[in-house]
Design a binder for this molecule. Structure first.
Ligand code: HEM
Length: 484
């Protein structure tokens, strides 16, 4: 029996009471939240939270995802953090992705980012509310659909052949990223408005880069700032596109392209057409969202193929056997594109491993749960596509570049490089076409040396790009063979 004084007894009883109350309240909370799990993580100071750590990763050559990796190691696959005053939950798995993407616009929506909305325009698909989004997507989708790509394939392929040949003849090292940025940009401008004139392309290129940079900047019109320059560039772009639309309406020019298909609806009822500012804002949106993403994916395909020679060899064999069946110099067709089963798998594996869009951000529109975890209204949930694509339960040996793994059908929401649901990437098919044409012409026509082995990433980029730009020197296959 313990021999306690009266004071000691009072302290022990008090401590016991506090302990019991604490345990009871925890048990009650757990019961009332229906066995909901707490999401671990660190919220840090109010408003600031872990913003500086995020910015440090974003500004470094390790890339923005370097913010996520150490937190995952410390807290587990699910974790929470606070960035720019908002609570963010990183959702690491395909089931979480399914719950969020299948409830897009209902339980979740994209957050409003002022700089993005102003640079892309208030009518951009990125920003419009659900009712307009549905109508606009329906009307914008047609030119991106599977039914009308033949003309695009021929034009893009011819351009690709000519430019690669010129680079090989020049014998100089060139940056794949820069090359693909220009190819991708010229391709989209031709497809949207049939623009091929160099001086006009150059003008739109410069302005769209400045306007694109304003999308991730502090939205204050301070002369000289990124935002200021970007908004001025946007104004010039709108003027240029408005003039082109006016010339088309006056009948001074016509073409078979995206813009013309929009203008053909001029006499349709309002629900069946887009007004001029909707057309312009979305043409800008396509340029912003399509150029860097596609070019970066093309760049990673070169890097991965360089590092995996056995994959390169199998791919080359397939592409050469396709070329042999065609007259010399004939451009690729839609049928050829569908006749590259290994090429498609290389493309998929490139997208899985490069994770061009690292995570997909949404905001909870009401309190809800995801896999038993409580999400409060206003919290940001980020579908961590990178984590899904490297999940060893979904992809055996996930760090290995192995196109053959796509022989098996993927589980739903486990391969999501283009998102899913009502906001699935609108340019998905076009991006795939560009990548396959590039892969075909590169691997089927050339070998190459990689002229910089540095693996560090470009700082201040949300899309992971090699800092070196992936410089290569081409050698035509016929030359390589005659030397061998
Ligand atoms: C490899 C290249 C590309 C990748 C990896 C990619 C990826 C994505 C992803 C993941 C989304 C959905 C984001 C989310 O749910 O938050 C998206 C949306 C979008 N993408 Fe792409 N994209 C690519 C190329 C393109 C191209 C070439 C275009 C157009 C020319 C384009 C236009 C769009 C548009 C307009 C949206 C918004 C759709 C909406 O909100 O309804 N993308 N993209």
């Amino acid at each position: 029996m313990l021999n306690l004084s009266r004071e000691e007894l009072v302290i022990v009883v008090a401590l016991l009471c506090v302990g019991i109350t604490y345990l009871a309240s925890k048990a009650c909370k757990r019961a009332s939240s229906n066995e909901r799990e707490d999401i671990p993580g660190r919220l840090g100071l109010p408003f600031i939270g872990e913003t500086f750590s995020f910015l440090s990763a974003y500004n470094s050559t390790r890339g923005s995802y370097d913010f996520v990796t150490p937190r995952r190691l410390r807290f587990g696959r699910w974790f929470k953090t606070r960035l720019f005053g908002k609570i963010h939950i990183f959702v690491p798995n395909s089931e979480g992705a399914r719950i969020i993407l299948a409830n897009d616009f209902v339980l979740f929506n994209k957050g409003y980012v002022k700089s993005l909305a102003e640079a892309a325009g208030k009518n951009s698909l990125f920003c419009v509310p659900v009712e307009s989004h549905k109508r606009m997507r329906r009307l914008l989708s047609e030119p991106f659909s599977m039914t009308s790509p033949s003309a695009f394939i021929t034009k893009f392929d011819k351009k690709m052949c000519a430019r690669l040949q010129k680079l090989e003849e020049g014998g100089q090292s060139f940056k794949v990223l820069d090359f693909c940025m220009k190819m991708s940009f010229d391709g989209i401008c031709e497809m949207l408005m049939s623009i091929t004139e160099d001086s006009l392309l150059e003008k739109i290129w410069k302005d769209s880069i400045a306007a694109g940079e304003a999308m991730i900047s502090i939205p204050a019109m301070i002369p000289g700032s990124r935002y200021y320059k970007g908004m001025k560039a946007r104004r010039r772009l709108v003027e240029t596109f408005t003039e082109i639309i006016a010339r088309r309406r006056r009948g001074e020019e016509s073409a078979e392209d995206f813009l013309q298909s929009m203008l053909q609806r001029d006499l349709f009822p309002a629900s069946e057409k887009l007004d001029d500012s909707e057309i312009i804002d979305n043409m800008l949106t396509f340029i912003f969202s399509g150029q860097s993403t596609t070019a970066t994916a093309m760049m990673w395909s070169v890097k991965f193929l360089h590092e995996n020679k056995e994959v390169q060899d199998i791919l080359r064999e397939e592409q050469l056997s396709l070329s042999k069946m065609k007259p010399e110099g004939a451009p690729l067709t839609k049928e050829d594109i569908n006749n590259m089963p290994y090429g498609w798998k290389v493309l998929k594996e490139t997208l899985r491993m490069s994770n061009i869009v690292l995570w997909y951000p949404r905001v909870a529109l009401q309190d809800c749960t995801i896999e038993g975890r409580e999400i409060k209204k206003g919290w940001h949930v980020n579908i961590d596509a990178t984590c899904v694509h490297f999940d060893p339960d979904l992809y055996k040996d996930p760090l290995k570049f192995n196109p053959q793994r796509f022989d098996e059908t993927q589980k739903p929401y486990s391969f999501i490089p283009f998102g899913a649901g009502p906001r699935t990437c609108l340019g998905m098919y076009m991006a795939k076409l560009k990548m396959l044409i590039f892969i075909h012409r590169l691997v089927g026509g050339y070998t190459w040396t990689l002229d910089d082995l540095d693996n560090s990433l470009q700082a201040k980029e949300l899309v992971p790009k090699l800092r070196s730009g992936c410089p290569i020197t081409l050698k035509s296959l016929s030359k390589s063979r005659s030397e061998a």
